[in-house]
Design a protein around this ligand. Sequence first.
Ligand SMILES: [Mn+2]
Length: 430
Amino acid sequence: MQNTVISPELIAESNARHAAALEDDYASLGRKLERQGVAIDAVTDKAKGWAVAVPSWGAGRGGTRFAKFPLAGEPTNIHEKLEDCAVINQLGRTTPGVSPHLPWDCVDDYSALREEAEGYGLHFDAVNSNTFQDQPGQAQTYAAGSLSSTVEATRKQAVEHNIDCIEIGKQIGSQRLTVWVGDGTNLPGQQDLGRSLDRYLDAAADVYAALPEDWLMMLEHKMFEPAFYSSVISDWGSSLMAAQELGDKCKCLVDLGHHAPNVNIEQIVARLHRAGKLGGFHFNDSKYGDDDLDSGSINPHQLFLVFNELAEAEADPRGGFDPAYMIDQSHNVTDPIESMLSSAEAIAGCYVRSQLVDREALRAAQEANDVMLAFRTLRQAYETDVGPILAKARAEQGGAIDWLGTYRASQYRERKAQERKAVGQGAGIV
Ligand SMILES: [Mn+2]
Protein backbone atom coordinates (compact mmCIF):
# COMPACT_ATOMS: atom_id res chain seq x y z
CA MET A 1 0.00 0.00 0.00
CA GLN A 2 1.57 3.25 -1.11
CA ASN A 3 1.81 6.04 1.40
CA THR A 4 -0.30 8.91 0.01
CA VAL A 5 0.40 12.24 1.64
CA ILE A 6 -2.38 14.23 -0.03
CA SER A 7 -5.85 12.74 0.20
CA PRO A 8 -6.71 10.95 -3.10
CA GLU A 9 -10.32 11.96 -2.51
CA LEU A 10 -9.34 15.62 -2.46
CA ILE A 11 -7.51 15.19 -5.79
CA ALA A 12 -10.47 13.30 -7.28
CA GLU A 13 -12.93 16.00 -6.18
CA SER A 14 -10.76 18.73 -7.63
CA ASN A 15 -10.28 16.81 -10.89
CA ALA A 16 -14.02 16.25 -11.19
CA ARG A 17 -14.53 20.02 -11.22
CA HIS A 18 -12.02 20.46 -14.06
CA ALA A 19 -12.67 17.29 -16.07
CA ALA A 20 -15.21 18.69 -18.55
CA ALA A 21 -13.05 21.69 -19.46
CA LEU A 22 -10.00 19.47 -19.85
CA GLU A 23 -11.83 17.04 -22.13
CA ASP A 24 -12.99 19.97 -24.25
CA ASP A 25 -9.47 21.44 -24.53
CA TYR A 26 -7.90 18.02 -25.09
CA ALA A 27 -10.33 17.16 -27.88
CA SER A 28 -9.70 20.53 -29.55
CA LEU A 29 -5.92 20.10 -29.35
CA GLY A 30 -6.32 16.52 -30.56
CA ARG A 31 -8.11 17.74 -33.71
CA LYS A 32 -5.43 20.37 -34.33
CA LEU A 33 -2.61 17.84 -33.94
CA GLU A 34 -4.42 15.32 -36.10
CA ARG A 35 -4.34 17.83 -38.97
CA GLN A 36 -0.56 17.83 -38.51
CA GLY A 37 -0.46 14.04 -38.60
CA VAL A 38 0.12 13.66 -34.87
CA ALA A 39 -1.95 11.29 -32.68
CA ILE A 40 -2.45 13.12 -29.39
CA ASP A 41 -2.85 9.99 -27.25
CA ALA A 42 0.58 8.74 -28.33
CA VAL A 43 2.09 12.06 -27.23
CA THR A 44 0.21 11.87 -23.91
CA ASP A 45 1.63 8.37 -23.38
CA LYS A 46 5.14 9.77 -23.93
CA ALA A 47 4.42 12.51 -21.40
CA LYS A 48 3.37 9.87 -18.89
CA GLY A 49 6.64 8.02 -19.35
CA TRP A 50 8.84 11.09 -18.95
CA ALA A 51 10.35 12.08 -15.63
CA VAL A 52 12.65 14.64 -14.05
CA ALA A 53 14.19 14.20 -10.60
CA VAL A 54 13.85 16.75 -7.83
CA PRO A 55 16.77 17.64 -5.55
CA SER A 56 16.27 16.87 -1.87
CA TRP A 57 17.72 20.27 -0.97
CA GLY A 58 15.21 21.99 -3.24
CA ALA A 59 12.41 20.98 -0.87
CA GLY A 60 13.60 23.65 1.55
CA ARG A 61 13.80 27.40 1.10
CA GLY A 62 17.09 28.41 -0.46
CA GLY A 63 18.64 31.74 0.15
CA THR A 64 21.32 34.06 -1.05
CA ARG A 65 24.60 34.97 0.56
CA PHE A 66 22.71 37.87 2.09
CA ALA A 67 19.88 36.08 3.82
CA LYS A 68 17.51 33.21 3.95
CA PHE A 69 13.84 33.70 4.72
CA PRO A 70 12.54 30.46 6.21
CA LEU A 71 9.08 29.15 5.39
CA ALA A 72 6.93 27.87 8.23
CA GLY A 73 6.59 24.12 7.79
CA GLU A 74 9.57 23.61 5.51
CA PRO A 75 11.49 20.35 5.94
CA THR A 76 14.53 20.11 8.20
CA ASN A 77 15.72 16.57 7.45
CA ILE A 78 15.70 13.99 4.65
CA HIS A 79 12.57 12.29 6.02
CA GLU A 80 10.55 15.50 5.82
CA LYS A 81 12.10 16.30 2.44
CA LEU A 82 10.96 12.92 1.13
CA GLU A 83 7.45 13.63 2.37
CA ASP A 84 7.43 16.93 0.45
CA CYS A 85 8.87 15.24 -2.65
CA ALA A 86 6.04 12.71 -2.35
CA VAL A 87 3.53 15.58 -2.49
CA ILE A 88 5.21 16.99 -5.60
CA ASN A 89 5.06 13.63 -7.35
CA GLN A 90 1.57 12.79 -6.15
CA LEU A 91 0.12 15.98 -7.63
CA GLY A 92 2.36 16.31 -10.68
CA ARG A 93 3.24 12.67 -11.53
CA THR A 94 6.46 13.73 -13.24
CA THR A 95 9.01 13.54 -10.42
CA PRO A 96 9.39 10.06 -8.91
CA GLY A 97 13.18 10.49 -8.53
CA VAL A 98 14.86 12.33 -5.67
CA SER A 99 18.49 13.37 -5.97
CA PRO A 100 20.10 13.31 -2.53
CA HIS A 101 22.95 15.40 -1.30
CA LEU A 102 25.63 14.21 1.07
CA PRO A 103 26.33 14.89 3.83
CA TRP A 104 23.13 16.96 4.16
CA ASP A 105 20.99 13.82 3.80
CA CYS A 106 23.17 11.41 5.79
CA VAL A 107 21.30 8.93 8.01
CA ASP A 108 22.26 5.84 10.02
CA ASP A 109 20.24 3.30 8.06
CA TYR A 110 20.24 3.67 4.26
CA SER A 111 18.23 0.58 3.46
CA ALA A 112 15.48 1.95 5.70
CA LEU A 113 15.75 5.28 3.88
CA ARG A 114 15.38 3.52 0.56
CA GLU A 115 12.28 1.71 1.83
CA GLU A 116 10.89 4.96 3.15
CA ALA A 117 11.24 6.53 -0.33
CA GLU A 118 9.73 3.49 -2.02
CA GLY A 119 6.80 3.69 0.38
CA TYR A 120 6.00 7.05 -1.20
CA GLY A 121 6.46 5.67 -4.73
CA LEU A 122 9.82 7.46 -4.98
CA HIS A 123 13.35 6.30 -5.76
CA PHE A 124 16.77 7.88 -5.42
CA ASP A 125 18.45 9.41 -8.42
CA ALA A 126 22.02 10.73 -8.78
CA VAL A 127 23.94 11.19 -5.54
CA ASN A 128 25.57 14.62 -5.13
CA SER A 129 28.84 14.94 -3.25
CA ASN A 130 29.83 18.10 -1.41
CA THR A 131 33.42 19.29 -1.17
CA PHE A 132 32.53 22.96 -1.46
CA GLN A 133 32.03 23.57 2.26
CA ASP A 134 33.63 22.30 5.45
CA GLN A 135 31.69 19.98 7.73
CA PRO A 136 31.94 19.92 11.54
CA GLY A 137 34.91 17.86 12.67
CA GLN A 138 36.46 17.68 9.22
CA ALA A 139 40.27 17.32 9.33
CA GLN A 140 41.16 19.36 6.23
CA THR A 141 39.58 22.60 5.04
CA TYR A 142 38.34 23.12 1.48
CA ALA A 143 39.00 26.86 1.69
CA ALA A 144 41.71 26.56 -0.97
CA GLY A 145 40.12 23.78 -2.99
CA SER A 146 39.17 20.11 -2.68
CA LEU A 147 39.99 17.68 -5.50
CA SER A 148 42.40 20.27 -6.92
CA SER A 149 43.93 21.37 -3.60
CA THR A 150 47.67 21.81 -3.37
CA VAL A 151 47.49 19.84 -0.10
CA GLU A 152 47.62 16.09 -0.64
CA ALA A 153 45.68 15.27 2.54
CA THR A 154 42.86 17.58 1.40
CA ARG A 155 42.66 15.94 -2.02
CA LYS A 156 42.60 12.55 -0.33
CA GLN A 157 39.79 13.63 2.00
CA ALA A 158 37.75 14.88 -0.98
CA VAL A 159 38.32 11.60 -2.85
CA GLU A 160 37.25 9.58 0.18
CA HIS A 161 34.06 11.64 0.57
CA ASN A 162 33.15 10.95 -3.06
CA ILE A 163 33.82 7.24 -2.56
CA ASP A 164 31.60 7.32 0.57
CA CYS A 165 28.87 8.86 -1.63
CA ILE A 166 29.19 5.95 -4.06
CA GLU A 167 28.91 3.45 -1.20
CA ILE A 168 25.81 5.18 0.17
CA GLY A 169 24.42 5.49 -3.35
CA LYS A 170 24.70 1.73 -3.81
CA GLN A 171 22.61 1.19 -0.69
CA ILE A 172 19.83 3.53 -1.77
CA GLY A 173 19.66 2.26 -5.35
CA SER A 174 21.41 5.09 -7.15
CA GLN A 175 23.68 4.54 -10.14
CA ARG A 176 25.13 7.98 -10.67
CA LEU A 177 27.47 10.31 -8.83
CA THR A 178 27.37 14.03 -9.60
CA VAL A 179 30.62 15.82 -8.83
CA TRP A 180 30.68 19.57 -8.68
CA VAL A 181 33.64 21.29 -7.06
CA GLY A 182 33.76 24.94 -6.10
CA ASP A 183 37.53 24.85 -6.61
CA GLY A 184 39.14 27.85 -8.22
CA THR A 185 40.76 31.15 -7.45
CA ASN A 186 39.76 34.68 -6.49
CA LEU A 187 42.88 36.52 -7.58
CA PRO A 188 45.19 36.21 -10.59
CA GLY A 189 48.34 34.38 -9.61
CA GLN A 190 46.64 32.60 -6.69
CA GLN A 191 47.15 29.22 -8.33
CA ASP A 192 48.74 27.87 -11.46
CA LEU A 193 45.79 27.40 -13.83
CA GLY A 194 47.32 24.37 -15.52
CA ARG A 195 48.57 22.52 -12.47
CA SER A 196 45.28 22.94 -10.59
CA LEU A 197 43.54 21.06 -13.41
CA ASP A 198 46.25 18.36 -13.29
CA ARG A 199 45.65 17.87 -9.58
CA TYR A 200 41.88 17.75 -10.11
CA LEU A 201 42.26 15.11 -12.83
CA ASP A 202 44.55 12.93 -10.70
CA ALA A 203 42.15 13.04 -7.75
CA ALA A 204 39.05 12.57 -9.93
CA ALA A 205 40.72 9.46 -11.39
CA ASP A 206 40.83 7.97 -7.88
CA VAL A 207 37.06 8.59 -7.54
CA TYR A 208 36.46 7.14 -11.00
CA ALA A 209 38.40 3.99 -10.05
CA ALA A 210 35.87 3.33 -7.27
CA LEU A 211 32.83 3.47 -9.60
CA PRO A 212 30.90 0.23 -9.98
CA GLU A 213 30.61 -1.09 -13.55
CA ASP A 214 27.02 0.06 -14.00
CA TRP A 215 27.56 3.55 -12.58
CA LEU A 216 28.19 6.92 -14.20
CA MET A 217 30.17 9.82 -12.81
CA MET A 218 28.81 13.17 -13.98
CA LEU A 219 31.00 16.26 -13.96
CA GLU A 220 29.17 19.55 -13.47
CA HIS A 221 30.92 22.63 -14.77
CA LYS A 222 30.32 26.14 -13.48
CA MET A 223 31.72 29.36 -14.82
CA PHE A 224 32.13 31.21 -11.55
CA GLU A 225 31.10 31.28 -7.89
CA PRO A 226 32.28 30.56 -5.26
CA ALA A 227 35.59 31.27 -7.02
CA PHE A 228 35.25 34.56 -8.86
CA TYR A 229 38.45 34.79 -10.90
CA SER A 230 38.81 31.25 -12.19
CA SER A 231 37.09 27.90 -11.65
CA VAL A 232 38.86 24.60 -12.23
CA ILE A 233 35.96 23.04 -14.17
CA SER A 234 34.62 26.30 -15.51
CA ASP A 235 32.98 25.36 -18.79
CA TRP A 236 31.89 22.53 -21.03
CA GLY A 237 35.33 22.42 -22.66
CA SER A 238 37.06 21.70 -19.36
CA SER A 239 34.30 19.27 -18.43
CA LEU A 240 34.56 17.41 -21.73
CA MET A 241 38.36 17.28 -21.48
CA ALA A 242 38.11 15.81 -18.00
CA ALA A 243 35.36 13.33 -18.90
CA GLN A 244 37.33 12.12 -21.92
CA GLU A 245 40.46 11.70 -19.85
CA LEU A 246 38.71 9.87 -17.02
CA GLY A 247 36.97 7.24 -19.15
CA ASP A 248 33.73 5.83 -20.55
CA LYS A 249 31.86 5.92 -17.25
CA CYS A 250 32.40 9.65 -16.91
CA LYS A 251 30.12 12.17 -18.65
CA CYS A 252 29.27 15.85 -18.47
CA LEU A 253 26.33 17.40 -16.67
CA VAL A 254 24.90 20.64 -17.98
CA ASP A 255 23.41 23.00 -15.40
CA LEU A 256 21.53 25.59 -17.44
CA GLY A 257 22.57 28.41 -15.08
CA HIS A 258 26.28 27.72 -15.20
CA HIS A 259 27.10 29.63 -18.38
CA ALA A 260 27.68 33.22 -19.35
CA PRO A 261 24.52 35.09 -20.39
CA ASN A 262 23.34 34.34 -23.93
CA VAL A 263 25.61 31.33 -24.40
CA ASN A 264 24.11 28.90 -26.90
CA ILE A 265 23.44 26.05 -24.47
CA GLU A 266 21.48 23.97 -26.97
CA GLN A 267 24.57 23.84 -29.13
CA ILE A 268 26.64 22.66 -26.16
CA VAL A 269 24.07 19.88 -25.71
CA ALA A 270 24.47 18.84 -29.34
CA ARG A 271 28.27 18.93 -29.07
CA LEU A 272 28.39 16.86 -25.88
CA HIS A 273 26.07 14.28 -27.41
CA ARG A 274 28.25 14.19 -30.53
CA ALA A 275 31.19 13.35 -28.23
CA GLY A 276 29.19 10.66 -26.41
CA LYS A 277 29.54 12.64 -23.20
CA LEU A 278 26.07 14.02 -22.47
CA GLY A 279 25.44 12.73 -18.95
CA GLY A 280 22.63 14.84 -17.62
CA PHE A 281 21.02 18.15 -16.77
CA HIS A 282 20.32 20.45 -13.92
CA PHE A 283 17.31 22.50 -14.93
CA ASN A 284 16.77 26.05 -13.73
CA ASP A 285 16.48 29.46 -15.33
CA SER A 286 18.45 32.67 -15.06
CA LYS A 287 18.29 36.32 -15.97
CA TYR A 288 21.73 37.56 -14.93
CA GLY A 289 24.01 34.74 -13.79
CA ASP A 290 23.56 31.56 -11.84
CA ASP A 291 20.26 32.83 -10.51
CA ASP A 292 18.71 29.39 -9.93
CA LEU A 293 15.28 30.72 -10.85
CA ASP A 294 12.39 28.39 -11.57
CA SER A 295 12.80 26.41 -14.80
CA GLY A 296 11.13 28.00 -17.78
CA SER A 297 10.28 31.19 -15.89
CA ILE A 298 12.62 33.49 -17.84
CA ASN A 299 13.52 31.84 -21.13
CA PRO A 300 11.15 29.00 -21.98
CA HIS A 301 12.25 29.19 -25.61
CA GLN A 302 15.81 28.23 -24.71
CA LEU A 303 14.46 25.33 -22.67
CA PHE A 304 12.49 24.20 -25.71
CA LEU A 305 15.55 24.46 -27.94
CA VAL A 306 17.52 22.32 -25.47
CA PHE A 307 14.78 19.69 -25.68
CA ASN A 308 14.76 19.94 -29.43
CA GLU A 309 18.43 18.94 -29.40
CA LEU A 310 17.62 16.13 -26.99
CA ALA A 311 14.94 14.86 -29.36
CA GLU A 312 17.49 14.96 -32.18
CA ALA A 313 19.98 13.10 -29.98
CA GLU A 314 17.45 10.44 -29.06
CA ALA A 315 16.66 9.88 -32.74
CA ASP A 316 20.38 9.55 -33.49
CA PRO A 317 21.79 8.01 -30.29
CA ARG A 318 25.32 7.43 -31.65
CA GLY A 319 25.89 4.59 -29.23
CA GLY A 320 23.88 5.84 -26.28
CA PHE A 321 21.30 8.30 -25.06
CA ASP A 322 20.29 8.19 -21.41
CA PRO A 323 20.71 11.61 -19.83
CA ALA A 324 19.73 12.14 -16.21
CA TYR A 325 17.23 14.95 -15.78
CA MET A 326 17.10 16.88 -12.56
CA ILE A 327 15.75 20.19 -11.32
CA ASP A 328 18.34 22.31 -9.50
CA GLN A 329 16.99 25.64 -8.39
CA SER A 330 16.76 27.78 -5.31
CA HIS A 331 13.35 28.79 -4.01
CA ASN A 332 14.02 31.94 -2.07
CA VAL A 333 10.52 33.40 -1.80
CA THR A 334 8.08 30.73 -2.97
CA ASP A 335 6.82 27.51 -1.44
CA PRO A 336 9.33 24.98 -2.85
CA ILE A 337 6.58 22.44 -3.53
CA GLU A 338 4.75 24.94 -5.75
CA SER A 339 7.95 26.00 -7.53
CA MET A 340 8.96 22.43 -8.19
CA LEU A 341 5.51 21.54 -9.55
CA SER A 342 5.58 24.62 -11.76
CA SER A 343 9.08 23.82 -12.99
CA ALA A 344 8.37 20.15 -13.62
CA GLU A 345 5.36 21.21 -15.71
CA ALA A 346 7.47 23.73 -17.68
CA ILE A 347 10.18 21.15 -18.34
CA ALA A 348 7.76 18.39 -19.28
CA GLY A 349 5.98 20.89 -21.53
CA CYS A 350 9.19 21.55 -23.44
CA TYR A 351 9.78 17.81 -23.73
CA VAL A 352 6.29 17.35 -25.18
CA ARG A 353 6.74 20.25 -27.60
CA SER A 354 10.01 18.70 -28.79
CA GLN A 355 8.03 15.56 -29.62
CA LEU A 356 5.66 17.60 -31.79
CA VAL A 357 8.38 18.87 -34.13
CA ASP A 358 7.87 17.50 -37.64
CA ARG A 359 11.37 16.02 -37.92
CA GLU A 360 10.97 15.01 -41.55
CA ALA A 361 9.83 18.46 -42.60
CA LEU A 362 12.59 20.05 -40.54
CA ARG A 363 15.25 17.84 -42.08
CA ALA A 364 13.96 18.51 -45.59
CA ALA A 365 13.95 22.27 -44.99
CA GLN A 366 17.47 22.09 -43.58
CA GLU A 367 18.74 20.08 -46.54
CA ALA A 368 17.12 22.53 -48.96
CA ASN A 369 18.50 25.50 -47.01
CA ASP A 370 14.97 26.80 -46.63
CA VAL A 371 15.74 28.93 -43.60
CA MET A 372 12.26 30.29 -42.94
CA LEU A 373 10.51 26.94 -43.37
CA ALA A 374 12.99 25.28 -40.99
CA PHE A 375 12.43 28.02 -38.43
CA ARG A 376 8.65 27.89 -38.78
CA THR A 377 8.67 24.10 -38.41
CA LEU A 378 10.34 24.46 -35.04
CA ARG A 379 8.23 27.45 -34.09
CA GLN A 380 4.98 25.64 -34.81
CA ALA A 381 5.81 23.06 -32.15
CA TYR A 382 7.00 25.70 -29.69
CA GLU A 383 3.80 27.70 -30.05
CA THR A 384 1.54 24.72 -29.38
CA ASP A 385 -0.21 24.95 -26.00
CA VAL A 386 0.46 21.47 -24.64
CA GLY A 387 -1.21 22.17 -21.29
CA PRO A 388 -4.11 19.79 -21.99
CA ILE A 389 -1.67 16.94 -22.74
CA LEU A 390 0.20 17.51 -19.48
CA ALA A 391 -3.01 17.80 -17.47
CA LYS A 392 -4.44 14.66 -19.04
CA ALA A 393 -1.21 12.75 -18.30
CA ARG A 394 -1.37 13.89 -14.68
CA ALA A 395 -5.04 13.07 -14.22
CA GLU A 396 -4.79 9.60 -15.76
CA GLN A 397 -1.98 8.76 -13.34
CA GLY A 398 -3.80 10.00 -10.25
CA GLY A 399 -2.30 13.49 -10.22
CA ALA A 400 -4.12 16.80 -10.13
CA ILE A 401 -5.39 18.66 -13.20
CA ASP A 402 -5.17 21.89 -11.18
CA TRP A 403 -2.12 21.08 -9.06
CA LEU A 404 -1.84 24.55 -7.52
CA GLY A 405 -5.46 24.81 -6.43
CA THR A 406 -5.46 21.23 -5.14
CA TYR A 407 -2.23 21.73 -3.21
CA ARG A 408 -3.49 24.87 -1.55
CA ALA A 409 -6.83 23.26 -0.75
CA SER A 410 -4.97 20.43 0.98
CA GLN A 411 -3.47 22.92 3.45
CA TYR A 412 -0.42 20.67 3.54
CA ARG A 413 2.03 23.44 4.36
CA GLU A 414 -0.19 24.86 7.07
CA ARG A 415 -0.38 21.43 8.69
CA LYS A 416 3.38 20.98 8.48
CA ALA A 417 3.88 24.41 10.05
CA GLN A 418 2.14 23.03 13.13
CA GLU A 419 4.07 19.74 13.16
CA ARG A 420 7.61 20.59 12.10
CA LYS A 421 10.25 22.42 14.02
CA ALA A 422 11.18 25.89 12.82
CA VAL A 423 14.16 26.36 10.52
CA GLY A 424 16.96 28.67 11.56
CA GLN A 425 17.72 31.81 9.62
CA GLY A 426 21.10 32.57 8.15
CA ALA A 427 22.60 32.55 4.72
CA GLY A 428 21.46 29.88 2.33
CA ILE A 429 23.67 27.47 0.49
CA VAL A 430 22.92 26.86 -3.14
MN1 LIG B 1 23.60 22.23 -10.47
